[in-house]
Design a protein around this ligand. Structure first.
Ligand code: DQA
Length: 168
């Protein structure tokens, strides 16, 4: 390896110069951002949030993979995929806004625990200042960090935080 090349990350030739990935996973109803309860979630769309994450990732030396689904099992599959990326040394971390599944999903809890994937749980709103059913999270006990109440700007803060995990 030439002295000017970046240090090796991960395992194998394809991982050698790979930029670490921040996987941003969004759950149900987040596709409605911009029109959904703007007093709670603001007026920016999911496409705006994606652009914000991609910009923050570039600024922090990460590659952003941004996704949304309304289906619990798809989130489980994506967490398993993240686990494989992490095992290959390619993952900086996962930012997970699981939406309402946060408050209901043992399956997401088990997927994070079972893969050991590094997750930052994120909520646009301050869930603790809202209805009691939003106060419990199945994600928090298995998350590495939790953020809530910063609005969509929280996504950019979360990307910067995950970049810190990658370089630690
Ligand atoms: C949310 C909060 C959840 O309670 C809610 O079900 C969502 C969005 C947030 O980003 O504030 O869908 O995760």
């Amino acid at each position: 390896m030439a002295a000017t090349q970046k240090p090796k990350r991960g395992v194998g030739p394809s991982a050698e110069l790979a930029v670490p990935v921040v996987l941003v996973l969004n759950g149900p109803n987040l596709n409605l951002l911009g029109t959904r309860e703007p007093a709670v979630y603001g007026s920016q769309t999911l496409a705006d949030v994606q652009a914000l994450c991609e910009q923050a990732a570039r600024a922090n030396g990460l590659q952003c993979d941004f996704r949304q689904t309304n289906h619990e099992g798809t989130l489980v599959d994506w967490l398993h995929e993240a686990g494989r990326l992490q095992a290959g040394g390619r993952l900086a971390g996962v930012i997970l806004n699981a939406g309402a599944y946060t408050h209901t999903s043992v399956a997401l809890h088990d997927a994070i625990k079972g893969t050991g994937v590094a997750v930052l749980e994120l909520h646009i709103s301050n869930v603790h200042a809202r209805e009691a059913f939003r106060h419990h999270s199945y994600i928090s006990p298995v998350a590495r960090a939790v953020m809530a109440g910063f609005g969509v700007a929280g996504y950019a803060l979360a990307v910067a935080a995950v970049a810190g995990w990658a370089s630690a």
